[in-house]
Design a protein around this ligand. Structure first.
Ligand SMILES: Nc1nc2c(c(=O)[nH]1)N[C@H]1C(S)=C(S)[C@@H](COP(=O)(O)OP(=O)(O)OC[C@H]3O[C@@H](n4cnc5c(=O)[nH]c(N)nc54)[C@H](O)[C@@H]3O)O[C@H]1N2
Ligand SMILES: Nc1nc2c(c(=O)[nH]1)N[C@H]1C(S)=C(S)[C@@H](COP(=O)(O)OP(=O)(O)OC[C@H]3O[C@@H](n4cnc5c(=O)[nH]c(N)nc54)[C@H](O)[C@@H]3O)O[C@H]1N2
Ligand SMILES: [Mo]
Length: 799
């Protein structure tokens, strides 16, 4: 097939830059019908397959059986909680957890020799899948100014370089400290402490692209920025609604909880433009009998909503629930709850009168009949859990959608009761712990006061940059130094060309990593890669095996202890990275005893206990079986909304104008079954029946026809927000059961189309599931156009 990487073509020119995007190269697409059930025998085979492929069987296999066990380590994949009572002896993991483990437990590694042989420019020509196959980074690496190859550097020299740069800044706010959500509570604490003593609240984090929307909406409407349900609530509930989330791929262990709930009598409703396999049926790979049985039917009602049609849908459901109450007064709404615990209900009723059901039905693409069926399910149930994911949070009006999710639950009195509540399904395995421990660009005064009082240094009070604002500040050269505790900021962030340009303006970029990713190749003028031990590896301090802790999606803090020998002797842990950096940068200026933390995680936990409510007796409770719950007032029926202290708030919102021109579509960007965010493990999206290709655009059959296209056609995708032409070239049209005018592609290939200004109102997250695109037949001329765009954006080759 074609290999049209524009950067390949211009390889010889030294002035050209490494590619910020995966190569524009097509593979060999194979299609099968989408699956109607998830997991089961194929999942078991695939997980073992992956381990054999990537790790030596012993290394991976041994780790697999320790994953999510009471005395093992927390799965590095998602944040779904582990059962409290019993954990399967077959291993408490899923196919995708096994892949995440294989990814880090691989026995392949790269170091000085590898980087000597391969220039940054050449490495950038690899696909993301190829990059992820290279293996673990075995020693710290440094890229000097104008350098073409990373070269080895000692840890001490690396910290001196960081110190030199940070101490030369005019203001601490010229530095930013990014966090991806895998970092343990202990490392998180010392990391934020260092940056705050250095003097900034610039903490952009992966949450700013993920569940910021949920935190923003929930803290304002109910009083806590987290979910309110526990895992047990799923086992004994009446109705579970899953909206904008794909558990089969992204939190597969959730399927066991859904099955258990369903067996106990719960109904399940799924709202999603795609009929995702995990929403429809399930075979539990941890139960031998279930593997042989018929798949378990999961959803009782599936509503194929149009992209961003959720607002109209949620409004319609509220109207219809009120209608049911009018038919059966006193039987549907919880009047006592509404009167005693909430504010704003009468205003909401008035506002809902303005809407016409036909209009709402057309906007969301769901028939009134189906809307009624959904409303009746809600009306007749009391214990209702609503789960959501990126399909909601990455909409420009995601905050408002969550307000409407809360409205529905408040009407029914379903919040703060057993078997009912909100469940934003978190992504990274410790992203929630990061936020609890102050990875927060806007911490509260109370939180900062506690730090200042306990440690005795002057804590910065000015709010910091989130991801989107950090990118803008990097562009304006207000930020000169970036430190990343994990992650792949370049490929996770929107507007790839804009982001790459922002990265390149930095004086220095430092990335703490376990494996190579594209962000190491698109870097500041100088760059460092600091490799660390991974969660599955043994963390030894002074000859003693340590444990760290993480907080899952439901607010449980539990310990995690690696079992494998680290892949290289040069690796240190993330806590030591932060402490040694603090010592090098702050020197005698610091009032914090960093050596105490270097020698003992218990000391870190003791400090957390003093500064953050809910961590009483941290060291003791964290090693108890199943860990401990953090306090959560709304879970106990105590609410506090932004404007109504002591009450939860109903909120009034608008239905957006989603009218589209004939040649315009809305695009969502989602994950395949074979990736963890920007890390591509494989090339298949098995449940959706899309194999051996990532550059696809899923379209409705009628849209394909109307546009004069056919399945298999090669197309280019465009976005024109802010009057700028953004191009994602060379995609293959795939016919898919998706509502008309809605399309779906995979991230990060299409991040280049997401404008930096297309954000979630309030939460300021990239609205990466609400992208207006145009689709045109592929033209080879497009590569020249892109080349010109990149050159114009970067200034390279400019006269
Ligand atoms: N294996 C694996 N596990 C993961 C991850 C991974 O990449 N791989 N990532 C982790 C992280 S960080 C996160 S945040 C979570 C992400 O997990 P999810 O929240 O499930 O993320 P996505 O796959 O991006 O999208 C979720 C769903 O949103 C739907 N959707 C798109 N647009 C709309 C819309 O307008 N309305 C509605 N109702 N639905 C819509 C898509 O069809 C898709 O099914 O998973 C975590 N777990
Ligand atoms: N268009 C679009 N964009 C999106 C999304 C989307 O749905 N659509 N989703 C968004 C979401 S939900 C999120 S959370 C972000 C993710 O943003 P990030 O968290 O920044 O990205 P990841 O791909 O998860 O990071 C992968 C890298 O983390 C490093 N790593 C893995 N484990 C460890 C570890 O234990 N320690 C350290 N130090 N490094 C480690 C590896 O080197 C790996 O290359 O992307 C966002 N971007
Ligand atoms: Mo995420």
């Amino acid at each position: 097939m074609e290999n049209k990487n524009v950067f390949n073509k211009i390889k010889e020119s030294d002035s050209q830059l490494p590619s910020a995007e995966p190569p524009y190269k097509l593979l060999d697409l194979k299609l099968k019908p989408p699956k109607v059930w998830a997991a089961g025998i194929p999942a078991v085979i695939h997980s073992l397959d992956q381990l054999v492929l990537n790790a030596s069987v012993l290394r991976g296999g041994r780790a697999l059986f320790s994953m999510n066990q009471f005395d093992g380590f927390d799965c590095p994949s998602c944040a779904w909680p582990d059962p409290d009572d019993e954990r399967s002896r077959l291993g408490e993991y899923c196919e995708n957890g096994a892949k995440a483990l294989a990814e880090e437990a691989t026995s392949k590694k790269i170091g000085a020799e590898f980087f000597k042989e391969n220039s940054v420019y050449d490495l950038a020509k690899l696909t993301d899948f190829e990059i992820s196959q290279l293996g673990r980074i075995a020693e710290p690496m440094y890229l000097p100014k104008e350098g073409k190859h990373y070269q080895p550097i000692s840890w001490d020299d690396a910290f001196s370089k960081i110190s030199e740069k940070l101490n030369a800044l005019e203001s601490p706010d010229e530095a930013i400290f990014y966090t991806s959500g895998r970092t343990s509570n202990e490392a998180t604490w010392v990391y934020q402490l260092f940056a705050r003593e250095f003097g900034t609240n610039n903490f952009p984090d992966c949450s700013n692209m993920c569940h910021e929307t949920s935190g923003y909406a929930l803290s304002r409407s109910i009083g806590i920025g987290k979910g309110t349900v526990k895992l047990e609530d799923f086992y004994d509930t009446d109705l579970i609604i899953i909206i904008g989330q794909n558990p089969g791929t992204n939190s597969p262990r959730m399927l066991s909880a859904l099955t258990k709930g369903k067996k106990n009598g719960a109904k399940i409703m799924a709202i999603n433009p795609l009929p995702e396999a995990g929403l429809k049926g399930f075979r539990n790979p941890q139960e031998v009998r279930a593997l042989l049985d018929k798949p378990y039917e999961l959803s009782d009602l599936y509503l194929p909503v149009r992209i961003n049609g959720d607002m109209a849908l949620l409004k319609a459901l509220q109207i219809l629930v009120l209608e049911e109450e009018a038919k059966n007064p006193g039987k549907v709404l919880d009047q006592d709850f509404i009167i005693n615990k909430t504010a704003g209900f009468s205003e909401l009723i008035e506002e809902l009168k303005l809407y016409d059901l036909d209009f709402l039905s057309a906007e969301c693409g769901i028939s009134i009949e189906n809307l009624r069926e959904a409303a009746q399910m809600i009306a007749s149930k009391k214990r209702i859990i609503i789960c959501w994911g990126m399909g909601i949070t990455q909409q420009h009006n995601g905050v408002e959608m969550i307000y409407n999710i809360v409205n529905l639950l408040l009407m029914k009195g379903s919040l703060g009761i057993q078997g009912g509540g909100v469940c934003p399904v978190r992504g990274h395995s410790n992203v929630q712990g990061n936020r609890t421990l102050l990875i927060n660009h806007h911490p509260t005064t109370e939180q900062l006061d506690r730090l200042e009082e306990y440690y005795g240094f002057k804590v910065p009070r000015k709010g910091g940059y989130d991801v989107v604002n950090a990118l803008k500040a990097m562009h304006e050269e207000k930020v000169k130094f970036m430190f990343c505790m994990g992650g792949n900021f370049l490929s996770a962030a929107p507007d790839t060309t804009f982001t790459a340009e922002a990265m390149r303006k930095l004086e220095m970029s430092v990335i703490v990593s376990i494996k190579l990713n594209r962000n190491h190749l698109i870097h500041g003028k100088e760059a460092l890669i600091l490799p660390v031990i991974s969660r599955s590896e043994k963390d030894m301090i002074n000859g003693e095996l340590q444990h760290v802790s993480t907080e899952n999606s439901m607010g449980v803090v539990e310990w995690s202890r690696g079992v494998l020998d680290p892949i290289s002797d040069h690796l240190i842990n993330e806590t030591h990275v932060a402490c040694r950096m603090a010592k090098a940068v702050l020197g005698k200026r610091s009032v914090v005893d960093w050596d105490k933390f270097i020698n003992s995680y218990d000391a870190v936990r003791n400090d957390i206990e003093q500064c953050i409510p809910g961590f009483e007796n941290y060291n003791k409770r964290v090693v108890q079986k199943g860990g401990f719950y953090l306090p959560n007032e709304p879970r106990d029926g105590i609410f506090n909304s932004e404007f109504y202290p002591g009450k939860a708030a109903f909120n009034i919102t608008a239905v957006p104008d989603n009218s589209l021109a004939d040649d315009e579509y809305l695009m969502g960007t989602t994950r395949t079954h074979d990736q963890f965010n920007t890390v591509v493990y494989g090339l298949n999206d098995r449940y959706r029946g899309i194999f051996n290709e990532r550059r696809v655009v899923m379209m409705n059959e009628k849209d394909i026809e109307k546009a004069g296209l056919k399945e298999g056609d090669h197309v280019d995708l465009f976005n024109y927000d802010d009057g700028i032409e953004r191009i994602a070239p060379l995609f293959i049209v795939v016919k898919y059961p998706i509502p008309q005018k809605s399309t779906m592609t995979y991230f990060p290939e299409t991040n280049v189309l997401v404008s930096i200004n297309n954000v979630v109102n309030g939460a300021n997250m990239p609205a990466s599931k609400y992208v207006r695109i145009k689709i045109r037949k592929h033209s080879p001329e497009i590569f020249k156009k892109i080349e010109d765009h990149v050159i114009a954006a970067t200034g390279t080759n400019a006269e």
